[in-house]
Design a protein around this ligand. Structure first.
Ligand code: AP5
Ligand code: MG
Length: 217
């Protein structure tokens, strides 16, 4: 099953992807996570992308497409994948379609998580993440059992560098300008489903399962 999770910053893509990858047995591929990993390793790619990510702008399409094409060509993606944060522009969506059709594959579903800007800002400013395992928390909505520590491995929870108020605003603007048009793009392809992201985490998961269970092998 080849799936794209679409949605504004803070809409819950990463939170839901964690569950979906287990339910459907497909890898969660997040361009944001790949970039943050490269930045922390100070690799060539990391150095090339860090300013864009830090400022809340988009990494150029060409570099992003190159990196994701390499990732999707890995063997764990052969039976399907769950994309989070890619594509983010119409040019990226077209490149993805081209990449898939070369391998005689296609997208099965695009799930768009809908959330108001006010709710997204609230969620992002109280988000915390484990630097070791990547598990996502929220001080207001999904706090860890022990303050400041990851439930899974005891890692000291931190805040993402792009979760500062001014960077959150920039990311939301970029989403509205460049990523929102993908909703029309995928509606045109007939594979778009919208889900209300402004419910509790379990209710959002159930709504996504309703969409995706029919593709389960
Ligand atoms: P990326 O990492 O993809 O960030 P994003 O799209 O801004 O999305 P977030 O990760 O902030 O939000 P999310 O939807 O995953 O929400 P989460 O589940 O964490 O990209 C980062 C940067 O990398 C970009 O700005 C860009 O620079 C670059 N980049 C990435 N992809 C690119 C591409 N394709 N092209 C070019 N550049 C690219 O949830 C948020 C919070 O809400 C958490 O605290 C969570 O606990 C909480 N929460 C989640 N669901 C609920 C719920 N239902 N109720 C209450 N709280 C909830
Ligand atoms: Mg995310």
């Amino acid at each position: 099953m080849n799936v794209v999770l679409l949605g504004a910053p803070g809409s819950g893509k990463g939170t839901q992807a964690e569950r979906l990858q287990k339910r459907y047995g497909i890898p969660h591929v997040s361009t944001g996570a790949i970039f943050r990993d490269e930045i922390s390793k100070k690799s060539d790619v990391g150095l090339r992308v860090q300013e864009y990510v830090k400022s809340g702008g988009l990494v150029p399409d060409e570099l992003t497409v190159e990196i994701i094409s390499r990732r999707l060509a890995q063997s764990d993606c052969a039976a399907g994948f769950l994309l989070d944060g890619f594509p983010r522009t119409v040019a990226q969506a077209e490149a993805l379609d081209g990449f898939l059709s070369k391998g005689k594959k296609e997208m099965d579903a695009v799930v768009s998580l809908e959330l108001s800007e006010a709710a997204a800002v609230k969620r992002l400013s109280s988000r915390r993440q484990c630097p070791k395992c990547g598990k996502i928390y929220n001080l207001a909505f999904q706090p860890p059992k022990q303050e400041g520590l990851c439930d899974a491995d005891g890692g000291a929870l931190g805040q993402r560098e792009d979760d500062k108020p001014e960077t959150i605003r920039k990311r939301l603007m970029v989403f509205n300008d460049l990523t929102q048009p993908l909703i029309a793009y995928y509606r045109g392809e007939g594979i778009l489903s919208t889900v209300n992201g402004d419910e509790g985490v379990d209710a959002v998961s159930r709504a996504i399962y309703e969409v995706l269970d029919r593709f389960k092998k």
